[in-house]
Ligand binder design. Structure first.
Ligand code: BGC
Length: 336
Protein backbone atom coordinates (compact mmCIF):
# COMPACT_ATOMS: atom_id res chain seq x y z
CA UNK A 1 0.00 0.00 0.00
CA UNK A 2 1.26 3.46 -0.87
CA UNK A 3 0.01 6.56 0.86
CA UNK A 4 1.01 10.18 0.61
CA UNK A 5 1.15 10.95 4.31
CA UNK A 6 2.15 14.57 4.54
CA UNK A 7 2.66 17.55 2.30
CA UNK A 8 5.64 19.28 3.84
CA UNK A 9 4.93 22.20 1.56
CA UNK A 10 3.27 22.56 -1.80
CA UNK A 11 5.83 20.51 -3.65
CA UNK A 12 7.45 18.25 -1.09
CA UNK A 13 5.64 15.11 0.01
CA UNK A 14 6.33 12.21 2.32
CA UNK A 15 5.16 8.91 0.93
CA UNK A 16 4.68 5.72 2.90
CA UNK A 17 5.17 2.34 1.23
CA UNK A 18 3.83 -0.33 3.54
CA UNK A 19 3.09 -4.02 3.75
CA UNK A 20 2.92 -6.65 6.51
CA UNK A 21 6.71 -6.81 6.83
CA UNK A 22 8.03 -3.34 6.24
CA UNK A 23 7.18 0.33 6.10
CA UNK A 24 9.46 2.61 4.11
CA UNK A 25 8.83 6.34 4.20
CA UNK A 26 10.39 8.32 1.38
CA UNK A 27 10.21 11.90 0.20
CA UNK A 28 10.28 13.33 -3.28
CA UNK A 29 12.86 15.75 -1.84
CA UNK A 30 16.09 14.04 -2.93
CA UNK A 31 14.19 10.70 -3.17
CA UNK A 32 15.22 10.49 0.47
CA UNK A 33 14.55 7.36 2.51
CA UNK A 34 13.33 8.91 5.76
CA UNK A 35 12.27 5.80 7.69
CA UNK A 36 12.51 2.03 7.44
CA UNK A 37 10.33 0.42 10.07
CA UNK A 38 10.87 -3.30 10.65
CA UNK A 39 10.23 -5.90 13.33
CA UNK A 40 12.83 -7.62 15.47
CA UNK A 41 12.75 -11.26 16.64
CA UNK A 42 10.14 -10.36 19.31
CA UNK A 43 7.93 -8.44 16.89
CA UNK A 44 9.09 -5.08 18.21
CA UNK A 45 9.18 -2.42 15.49
CA UNK A 46 12.13 -0.02 15.15
CA UNK A 47 13.34 2.46 12.61
CA UNK A 48 16.60 1.13 11.17
CA UNK A 49 17.81 4.21 9.30
CA UNK A 50 18.93 7.61 10.55
CA UNK A 51 17.08 10.76 9.52
CA UNK A 52 15.60 14.01 10.78
CA UNK A 53 12.27 14.90 12.38
CA UNK A 54 12.68 18.51 11.40
CA UNK A 55 12.35 18.26 7.62
CA UNK A 56 14.30 21.48 6.99
CA UNK A 57 17.47 19.73 8.22
CA UNK A 58 17.52 17.65 5.05
CA UNK A 59 18.16 20.83 3.09
CA UNK A 60 20.53 22.59 5.49
CA UNK A 61 22.79 19.76 6.71
CA UNK A 62 25.24 17.89 4.53
CA UNK A 63 25.48 14.29 5.71
CA UNK A 64 23.05 13.05 3.03
CA UNK A 65 20.96 11.00 5.47
CA UNK A 66 18.90 8.62 3.33
CA UNK A 67 19.40 10.73 0.22
CA UNK A 68 19.81 9.73 -3.37
CA UNK A 69 23.14 11.19 -4.49
CA UNK A 70 23.83 12.41 -8.04
CA UNK A 71 24.78 13.29 -10.68
CA UNK A 72 28.05 11.93 -9.39
CA UNK A 73 28.43 10.36 -5.97
CA UNK A 74 31.71 10.52 -4.05
CA UNK A 75 34.70 12.69 -4.95
CA UNK A 76 36.03 14.12 -8.19
CA UNK A 77 39.62 15.25 -7.89
CA UNK A 78 39.93 19.03 -7.59
CA UNK A 79 36.41 19.40 -9.02
CA UNK A 80 37.63 19.30 -12.62
CA UNK A 81 37.34 16.83 -15.45
CA UNK A 82 37.85 16.71 -19.19
CA UNK A 83 35.33 15.09 -21.48
CA UNK A 84 35.48 15.22 -25.29
CA UNK A 85 38.36 17.73 -25.02
CA UNK A 86 36.33 20.15 -22.95
CA UNK A 87 37.28 20.91 -19.37
CA UNK A 88 34.43 21.13 -16.88
CA UNK A 89 34.63 22.82 -13.49
CA UNK A 90 32.55 21.76 -10.51
CA UNK A 91 32.02 23.32 -7.10
CA UNK A 92 34.72 22.40 -4.57
CA UNK A 93 32.65 21.26 -1.61
CA UNK A 94 34.80 18.68 0.21
CA UNK A 95 38.35 19.74 1.04
CA UNK A 96 40.01 20.39 -2.33
CA UNK A 97 37.56 18.14 -4.19
CA UNK A 98 33.99 18.01 -5.47
CA UNK A 99 31.60 15.62 -3.71
CA UNK A 100 28.14 14.13 -4.13
CA UNK A 101 26.85 16.07 -7.13
CA UNK A 102 27.70 19.56 -5.91
CA UNK A 103 26.15 22.32 -3.82
CA UNK A 104 22.62 21.52 -4.98
CA UNK A 105 22.95 18.00 -6.28
CA UNK A 106 20.09 15.51 -6.64
CA UNK A 107 19.88 15.10 -2.85
CA UNK A 108 18.54 18.65 -2.65
CA UNK A 109 16.18 18.62 -5.62
CA UNK A 110 12.44 18.11 -5.68
CA UNK A 111 11.45 15.20 -7.93
CA UNK A 112 8.10 14.76 -9.56
CA UNK A 113 6.63 11.32 -9.07
CA UNK A 114 3.96 8.87 -10.00
CA UNK A 115 2.63 5.90 -8.02
CA UNK A 116 2.14 2.61 -9.83
CA UNK A 117 0.45 -0.67 -8.86
CA UNK A 118 0.33 0.38 -5.19
CA UNK A 119 3.93 -0.81 -4.72
CA UNK A 120 6.10 1.40 -6.92
CA UNK A 121 7.02 5.08 -6.92
CA UNK A 122 8.57 6.40 -10.11
CA UNK A 123 10.56 9.52 -9.25
CA UNK A 124 11.66 11.73 -12.11
CA UNK A 125 13.98 14.71 -12.44
CA UNK A 126 15.25 16.53 -15.50
CA UNK A 127 18.66 17.89 -14.65
CA UNK A 128 19.44 20.81 -16.94
CA UNK A 129 22.53 21.13 -19.11
CA UNK A 130 25.20 22.84 -17.01
CA UNK A 131 23.52 22.13 -13.67
CA UNK A 132 26.23 21.96 -11.00
CA UNK A 133 28.75 22.18 -13.85
CA UNK A 134 27.84 18.92 -15.60
CA UNK A 135 27.13 18.84 -19.35
CA UNK A 136 23.93 17.62 -20.97
CA UNK A 137 20.26 17.58 -20.10
CA UNK A 138 20.01 14.42 -18.02
CA UNK A 139 16.60 12.78 -17.88
CA UNK A 140 16.68 10.76 -14.70
CA UNK A 141 14.34 8.22 -13.09
CA UNK A 142 14.59 6.48 -9.71
CA UNK A 143 12.05 3.69 -9.33
CA UNK A 144 11.37 2.52 -5.78
CA UNK A 145 9.47 -0.77 -5.40
CA UNK A 146 8.56 -2.41 -2.12
CA UNK A 147 7.73 -6.12 -2.46
CA UNK A 148 7.61 -8.22 0.69
CA UNK A 149 10.75 -7.56 2.70
CA UNK A 150 12.69 -5.97 -0.17
CA UNK A 151 13.01 -2.40 -1.34
CA UNK A 152 14.42 -2.28 -4.84
CA UNK A 153 15.68 0.95 -6.34
CA UNK A 154 16.25 1.11 -10.05
CA UNK A 155 18.02 4.05 -11.64
CA UNK A 156 17.64 5.02 -15.29
CA UNK A 157 18.99 7.98 -17.19
CA UNK A 158 19.55 9.29 -20.69
CA UNK A 159 21.35 12.42 -21.83
CA UNK A 160 21.46 14.65 -24.90
CA UNK A 161 25.25 15.18 -24.55
CA UNK A 162 27.98 12.93 -23.16
CA UNK A 163 28.14 13.43 -19.41
CA UNK A 164 29.05 11.81 -16.10
CA UNK A 165 26.75 9.87 -13.81
CA UNK A 166 27.31 7.81 -10.66
CA UNK A 167 24.20 7.43 -8.54
CA UNK A 168 24.01 6.04 -5.03
CA UNK A 169 21.72 5.96 -2.05
CA UNK A 170 23.22 7.33 1.13
CA UNK A 171 21.11 5.63 3.84
CA UNK A 172 22.69 5.28 7.26
CA UNK A 173 21.72 1.87 8.63
CA UNK A 174 21.59 0.90 12.28
CA UNK A 175 19.69 -2.36 12.75
CA UNK A 176 19.45 -1.95 16.53
CA UNK A 177 17.07 0.94 15.89
CA UNK A 178 19.88 3.24 17.08
CA UNK A 179 19.74 1.76 20.58
CA UNK A 180 23.52 1.39 20.31
CA UNK A 181 26.27 2.15 17.83
CA UNK A 182 27.24 -0.29 15.04
CA UNK A 183 30.06 -2.05 16.87
CA UNK A 184 27.85 -5.12 17.49
CA UNK A 185 26.79 -5.32 13.86
CA UNK A 186 28.20 -8.17 11.79
CA UNK A 187 29.29 -7.14 8.33
CA UNK A 188 29.92 -9.30 5.27
CA UNK A 189 31.32 -7.70 2.11
CA UNK A 190 32.12 -9.94 -0.82
CA UNK A 191 35.26 -8.20 -2.03
CA UNK A 192 38.89 -9.22 -2.51
CA UNK A 193 40.11 -5.65 -2.91
CA UNK A 194 39.35 -2.16 -1.71
CA UNK A 195 40.41 1.21 -3.08
CA UNK A 196 42.81 3.27 -0.99
CA UNK A 197 41.97 6.89 -0.24
CA UNK A 198 44.07 9.94 0.60
CA UNK A 199 43.59 12.20 3.62
CA UNK A 200 40.68 13.94 1.84
CA UNK A 201 38.88 10.66 1.16
CA UNK A 202 39.75 10.73 -2.53
CA UNK A 203 40.52 7.40 -4.24
CA UNK A 204 44.21 7.30 -5.13
CA UNK A 205 44.14 4.60 -7.81
CA UNK A 206 45.87 2.13 -5.48
CA UNK A 207 43.91 -1.04 -4.73
CA UNK A 208 44.80 -3.17 -1.70
CA UNK A 209 44.02 -6.82 -1.21
CA UNK A 210 41.77 -7.31 1.79
CA UNK A 211 43.50 -10.56 2.80
CA UNK A 212 45.08 -10.34 6.24
CA UNK A 213 43.79 -6.80 6.77
CA UNK A 214 40.87 -5.35 8.80
CA UNK A 215 39.11 -4.92 5.43
CA UNK A 216 38.52 -8.64 4.92
CA UNK A 217 34.79 -9.08 5.47
CA UNK A 218 34.42 -12.14 3.24
CA UNK A 219 33.46 -13.94 6.43
CA UNK A 220 31.13 -11.98 8.72
CA UNK A 221 33.01 -9.88 11.27
CA UNK A 222 31.92 -7.44 13.95
CA UNK A 223 32.49 -3.87 12.82
CA UNK A 224 33.59 -3.00 16.36
CA UNK A 225 36.40 -5.54 16.21
CA UNK A 226 37.78 -3.99 13.03
CA UNK A 227 37.10 -0.29 12.87
CA UNK A 228 39.60 0.80 15.53
CA UNK A 229 42.41 -1.48 14.41
CA UNK A 230 45.85 -0.05 13.81
CA UNK A 231 45.81 0.29 10.02
CA UNK A 232 47.01 3.21 7.95
CA UNK A 233 43.94 3.34 5.70
CA UNK A 234 41.60 3.13 8.70
CA UNK A 235 43.47 6.02 10.34
CA UNK A 236 43.27 8.09 7.16
CA UNK A 237 39.51 7.42 6.82
CA UNK A 238 38.83 7.83 10.56
CA UNK A 239 37.19 4.43 10.19
CA UNK A 240 35.82 2.69 7.12
CA UNK A 241 35.16 5.16 4.30
CA UNK A 242 36.39 3.07 1.39
CA UNK A 243 35.20 1.60 -1.90
CA UNK A 244 35.12 -2.22 -1.81
CA UNK A 245 35.45 -3.90 -5.21
CA UNK A 246 32.65 -6.44 -5.20
CA UNK A 247 33.39 -9.94 -6.44
CA UNK A 248 29.87 -11.37 -6.51
CA UNK A 249 26.81 -10.67 -8.62
CA UNK A 250 24.23 -10.60 -5.83
CA UNK A 251 23.92 -10.47 -2.04
CA UNK A 252 27.26 -8.65 -2.03
CA UNK A 253 26.87 -6.90 1.33
CA UNK A 254 25.15 -8.29 4.42
CA UNK A 255 24.66 -6.45 7.70
CA UNK A 256 23.36 -8.30 10.76
CA UNK A 257 22.50 -7.31 14.29
CA UNK A 258 22.45 -10.58 16.26
CA UNK A 259 20.74 -9.14 19.37
CA UNK A 260 17.59 -8.27 17.40
CA UNK A 261 18.06 -10.93 14.67
CA UNK A 262 17.70 -8.27 12.00
CA UNK A 263 19.54 -8.72 8.74
CA UNK A 264 19.95 -6.44 5.74
CA UNK A 265 21.13 -7.97 2.46
CA UNK A 266 22.18 -5.65 -0.34
CA UNK A 267 22.28 -6.80 -3.96
CA UNK A 268 23.37 -4.53 -6.76
CA UNK A 269 24.21 -4.37 -10.44
CA UNK A 270 26.98 -1.89 -9.56
CA UNK A 271 30.59 -3.02 -9.08
CA UNK A 272 31.50 -1.23 -5.85
CA UNK A 273 30.15 -0.50 -2.38
CA UNK A 274 31.59 2.38 -0.38
CA UNK A 275 31.41 1.22 3.22
CA UNK A 276 31.23 4.32 5.40
CA UNK A 277 30.97 3.99 9.18
CA UNK A 278 29.53 7.49 9.64
CA UNK A 279 32.89 8.82 10.76
CA UNK A 280 31.86 12.45 10.46
CA UNK A 281 28.54 12.48 12.30
CA UNK A 282 28.90 15.25 14.80
CA UNK A 283 26.27 14.81 17.50
CA UNK A 284 23.54 16.50 15.47
CA UNK A 285 19.90 16.04 16.48
CA UNK A 286 18.14 13.35 14.50
CA UNK A 287 14.83 11.51 14.73
CA UNK A 288 13.11 10.68 18.03
CA UNK A 289 15.24 13.23 19.89
CA UNK A 290 18.37 11.15 19.37
CA UNK A 291 21.77 12.61 18.67
CA UNK A 292 23.94 11.06 16.00
CA UNK A 293 27.63 10.47 16.56
CA UNK A 294 30.37 8.80 14.57
CA UNK A 295 30.00 5.01 14.23
CA UNK A 296 26.26 5.26 14.94
CA UNK A 297 25.45 3.85 11.50
CA UNK A 298 26.91 2.31 8.40
CA UNK A 299 26.30 3.46 4.83
CA UNK A 300 26.49 0.95 1.99
CA UNK A 301 26.88 3.20 -1.02
CA UNK A 302 26.73 1.12 -4.19
CA UNK A 303 28.37 2.88 -7.12
CA UNK A 304 30.96 2.88 -9.89
CA UNK A 305 34.55 3.66 -8.96
CA UNK A 306 34.83 7.08 -7.29
CA UNK A 307 36.81 9.50 -9.48
CA UNK A 308 36.63 6.97 -12.34
CA UNK A 309 36.98 9.86 -14.79
CA UNK A 310 40.59 10.28 -13.63
CA UNK A 311 41.42 6.68 -12.74
CA UNK A 312 39.91 4.40 -15.39
CA UNK A 313 40.92 4.02 -19.04
CA UNK A 314 37.29 3.72 -20.06
CA UNK A 315 35.60 5.58 -17.22
CA UNK A 316 32.52 3.68 -16.04
CA UNK A 317 30.93 6.98 -15.00
CA UNK A 318 30.63 8.36 -18.55
CA UNK A 319 27.12 8.25 -19.98
CA UNK A 320 27.14 8.84 -23.71
CA UNK A 321 24.39 10.47 -25.69
CA UNK A 322 22.14 7.69 -26.98
CA UNK A 323 23.02 5.28 -24.15
CA UNK A 324 20.90 4.46 -21.12
CA UNK A 325 22.24 4.31 -17.59
CA UNK A 326 20.36 1.42 -15.98
CA UNK A 327 21.41 0.08 -12.58
CA UNK A 328 19.72 -1.23 -9.48
CA UNK A 329 20.32 -1.84 -5.82
CA UNK A 330 17.98 -3.82 -3.60
CA UNK A 331 17.74 -3.91 0.18
CA UNK A 332 16.24 -7.00 1.82
CA UNK A 333 15.28 -6.51 5.48
CA UNK A 334 14.77 -9.85 7.27
CA UNK A 335 14.36 -11.22 10.74
CA UNK A 336 16.44 -14.38 10.81
C1 BGC B 1 31.84 9.98 2.11
C2 BGC B 1 32.22 10.52 3.47
C3 BGC B 1 31.37 11.75 3.72
C4 BGC B 1 29.90 11.35 3.64
C5 BGC B 1 28.98 12.51 3.78
C6 BGC B 1 30.42 9.56 2.18
O1 BGC B 1 30.03 9.03 0.96
O2 BGC B 1 32.68 8.94 1.69
O3 BGC B 1 33.59 10.84 3.54
O4 BGC B 1 31.64 12.30 4.98
O5 BGC B 1 29.64 10.72 2.42
O6 BGC B 1 29.23 13.48 2.82
Amino acid sequence: MIQVIKHVDNQIDMISMKNDLLEVVVSNYGCTIMKVLMKDKDGHIDDVVLGYDDFSQYSTLDAYLGALVGRVANRIKLGKFTLNNHEYTLAINNGPNAIHGGIKGFSYQVFDYEIKDDETIIFHYLSQDGEEGYPGNLDFYAIYTLKGDTLKIQYKATTDQDTLINITNHSYFNLSGKKENIYQHLLTVKANQYACVDKDGLTTGVFNNVKDTPFDFNQPAYIGERVDMDDEQLHIGKGFDHPFILNAKENQVILEHPATSRRLTVSTSLPIAQIYTANYLDGRLGKYGQHYYEKDAVCIETENLPDAIHLEDNPSTILKKGETYDEYTSYKFEVI
